[in-house]
Write a protein that binds this ligand. Structure first.
Ligand code: KG4
Ligand code: ZN
Length: 359
């Protein structure tokens, strides 16, 4: 038996202002009592990407509202919560600060303990909230800002087996959409366009020739740019079928690279489950490829529902709950951290994506 714990979670590290209330019952099962996400897509639509200053201001304006709505939807007050968990990094610093300041204010006013959560830990621990996964498992985190293989060993124990050395896959989908004049976010529009084409354009499979699980996506995007320019030069424009073939070819290349690197990560990691999280996990051909990899390895494949794969505060509340028992609380000196690698022993990955510093 474990103690029943109810935690209010706050998330504001990129372009979603989110608050949620999550409860773990005495049997150890998690339940999401509310999960509010106030997106900023409209705010950034005209800029082709997230504008950090606009995002930070919108978080500061909306975070109180998100908290109010999350508590109301859960039918609870702050007095019914046992702690406040907040994303303290990594991410866009202005946004992270807005969440951390709000959480500190709530903690100071109520006396509730404060838990500064690593955003990546939130993603990585989500399969324990949704499916009660036991440690250790392999997590592939694929989103607009992150791409890494993690062996998840405990609430605060993560071994990074590899990750991207440049762009995250979602970032590459978004850039390819921009190159092909498709709407943002690029992932869903590239996937929809790919459905009408076939993977006939030869594109590279970056880093497959190198051992290990590191990935690279920026060369793939450049190869799409070259193929587009060649098609435009040959046809005096980009024919509709050519655009669909480019999308299908790009998507296939991403799926094949991620599948092969997942095979390698599984071979290295000695785990009983393969889990995936992040917005790119919504991609059907990628999901199918990863499912095949898990099946071939004789392991179950777990992909949380999409609303919990993309950025949300329920995962932050849950990550806080996982730390609650240890009494591992923060105080009002909690700092916002733009960079915060999960695996402190691993060498830092270089670069910074459109969603801020990569971990
Ligand atoms: O996890 P997420 O909501 O935000 C962070 O990046 O943290 O992921 C958003 C990313 C975007 O880059 C979006 O284009 C991508 O996930 N995405 C997809 C699909 N749906 C969303 N990528 C490929 N295929 C999709 N169906
Ligand atoms: Zn995220």
């Amino acid at each position: 038996m474990t103690q029943e714990v109810t935690v209010l979670g706050l998330e504001s590290s990129c372009d979603d202002t989110a608050a949620a209330v999550v409860r773990r019952d005495a049997g150890g099962r998690g339940a999401i009592l509310s999960n509010v996400v106030l997106g900023q897509d409209d705010l950034h639509a005209g800029f082709g990407g997230v504008v950090p200053e606009l995002a930070a201001r919108a978080h500061a304006e909306k975070i109180d509202l998100a908290v109010e709505r999350a508590l109301a939807a859960a039918g609870l007050g702050l007095v019914d919560c046992d702690a406040i968990a907040v994303t303290a990094g990594p991410g866009l610093i202005g946004g992270v600060l807005a969440g951390v300041m709000c959480a500190k204010g709530l903690s100071a006013a109520t006396g509730l303990p404060l838990l500064g959560v690593n955003h990546l830990a939130g993603h990585a621990l989500t399969p324990r909230l949704t499916d009660g996964l036991a440690f250790p498992y392999l997590m592939l985190l694929v989103s607009g800002g992150h791409c890494q293989f993690l062996r998840v060993e405990g609430p605060d124990a993560f071994a990074r087996l590899g990750g991207t050395i440049d762009d995250a896959p979602g970032e590459a989908f978004d850039k390819v959409a921009r190159l092909l004049a498709l709407p943002q976010p690029g992932g869903p529009s590239v996937e929809a366009c790919a459905a009408g084409g076939s993977a006939t354009v030869p594109l590279p499979r970056p880093l497959l020739d190198r051992p290990g699980c590191d990935l690279s996506f920026s060369g793939l995007k450049t190869a799409v740019l070259r193929a587009r320019d060649a098609a435009v030069a040959a046809h005096g424009g980009l024919p509709r079928e050519m655009r669909a073939d480019l999308c299908a070819s790009f998507q296939t290349a991403v799926a094949e690279v991620l599948a092969e690197k997942s095979r390698r990560a599984l071979a290295l990691s000695d785990v009983t489950t393969f889990a995936v999280a992040g917005g790119v996990a919504a991609n059907r051909s990628l999901r199918a490829a990863l499912e095949d990899v898990a099946e071939a390895a004789g392991l179950p494949f777990v992909a949380p529902p999409l609303a919990l794969c993309t950025d949300n505060a329920a995962m932050i509340a849950w990550a806080g709950i996982e730390r609650f028992d240890a009494g591992d609380f923060d105080d009002l000196t909690l700092a916002a951290r733009p960079r915060w690698p999960l695996d402190r022993a691993a060498a830092p990955m270089l670069g910074s994506g459109k969603r801020g510093a990569k971990a």
